[in-house]
Ligand binder design. Structure first.
Ligand SMILES: Nc1ncnc2c1ncn2[C@@H]1O[C@H](COP(=O)(O)OP(=O)(O)OP(=O)(O)O)[C@@H](O)[C@H]1O
Ligand SMILES: [Mg+2]
Length: 319
């Protein structure tokens, strides 16, 4: 900072009476310092992304977070979809508003060890659009990370909007050290085409790819029990092999997921015995293993290859 004494205020610039004497650079340095201080209380940071919309990122985020919370971790979900924030609706928190305290804003708790922050908590009603360009979105993420009392977290999971634009760039930049990205895709080729871009983007911003999830992968007919490949099957796994990243698993299509999402109930908690919940649990196992290995600086999971699906270390042979 310039000749001025380094700011040691624990307040944000917006609520500080002295900030009118500070330059923009000083305020920016103060904001970045506050983000870094808050991030120092978060052990693992994960981005959930995809190239295409509607493939199930928010569903995967919500169920991964609930699964981790049910394992006893302190978990936060940052809904990074400023224009279409769906996480509160999916978790039955859509009537909630953010609470401001002297220490900062408080995320909304779903369980004592699972907290959520979303643009939806700041909107006057569910129909209100957010018409913002990139810099404003960067500013709100800076506030979500620097001005919010997350407390000590084991995991912060960021649900991103589709694509490789402003939001993933801002999050990757602000968080600095992201443990990894989970790329969600559906098996059809048009979805895979875009998901491959998400993998390459993740590498470009130096975020390790934890792996690819193939969602909406097969559907079991409720009448005859036969599996129908509605959107094909296996494309996500093939993309993982081609791009040399791990394959985290297949989640089948299940109409109950839609009902639970719309009803604000976490599917994995309400239908723990279903095949889709088991798939979510396996994906959680793999994410947990990845971050633990990374923290211990052990070799990370090996990419999927023909004949050996998913992860190293699990000794799984599928063919
Ligand atoms: N495996 C599944 N089986 C059935 N429905 C699913 C499954 N996964 C997701 N859905 C449903 O698909 C819809 C889209 O899911 P979701 O909102 O999670 O996608 P998204 O990738 O986050 O979308 P966006 O790109 O708009 O953020 C939701 O209604 C959700 O309930
Ligand atoms: Mg979404």
């Amino acid at each position: 900072m310039s000749e001025k004494k380094k700011c040691d205020s624990s307040q944000g610039c917006d609520s500080c009476g002295e900030s009118n004497t500070c330059s923009e650079e000083e305020k920016q340095a103060q904001r970045e310092g506050r983000v870094n201080e808050k991030l120092s209380h978060i052990d693992h940071r994960i981005m959930v992304m995809s190239g295409k919309g509607g493939v199930g990122k928010s569903t995967v985020t919500a169920n991964l977070a609930v699964s981790l919370a049910r394992r006893g971790y302190e978990v936060g979900i940052l809904d990074g979809d400023v224009h279409g924030p769906n996480i509160p609706k999916m978790l039955g928190l859509d009537k909630e508003k953010l609470i401001g305290t002297a220490e900062g804003m408080l995320p909304v708790p779903l369980y004592p060890n699972l907290k959520v922050l979303s643009m939806a908590f700041m909107l006057p009603n569910t129909d209100a659009p957010v018409v913002w360009r990139g810099p404003m979105k960067h500013g709100i993420f800076q506030q979500f990370l620097g001005e919010v009392e997350w407390g000590d977290l084991d995991y912060l999971i960021v649900d991103l909007p589709p694509g490789t634009g402003d939001e993933p760039l801002s999050i990757a930049h602000l968080i600095g050290e992201v443990d990894g990205s989970v790329v969600v895709t559906t098996p059809q080729e048009v979805a895979l085409l875009d998901s491959r871009k998400a993998v390459v983007f993740s590498r470009m911003v130096h975020v390790p790819v934890i792996g690819i999830v193939e969602n909406m992968s097969g559907f079991q007919c409720p009448h005859c029990g036969k599996e129908i490949e509605l959107f094909k099957v296996g494309g996500g796994e093939k993309a993982a092999i081609d791009l040399q990243v791990p394959f985290l698993g297949r989640i089948p299509l299940d109409p109950q997921i839609v009902s639970d999402c719309d009803g604000g109930k976490p599917f994995i908690a309400t239908h723990p015995e279903s095949p889709a919940s088991k798939a979510f649990e396996e994906i959680t196992d793999r994410v947990e293993q990845f971050v633990n290995r990374r923290a211990k600086k052990e070799p990370l999971s090996r990419p999927a290859t023909e004949g050996r699906r998913v992860f190293s270390g699990l000794g799984e042979k599928f063919k």
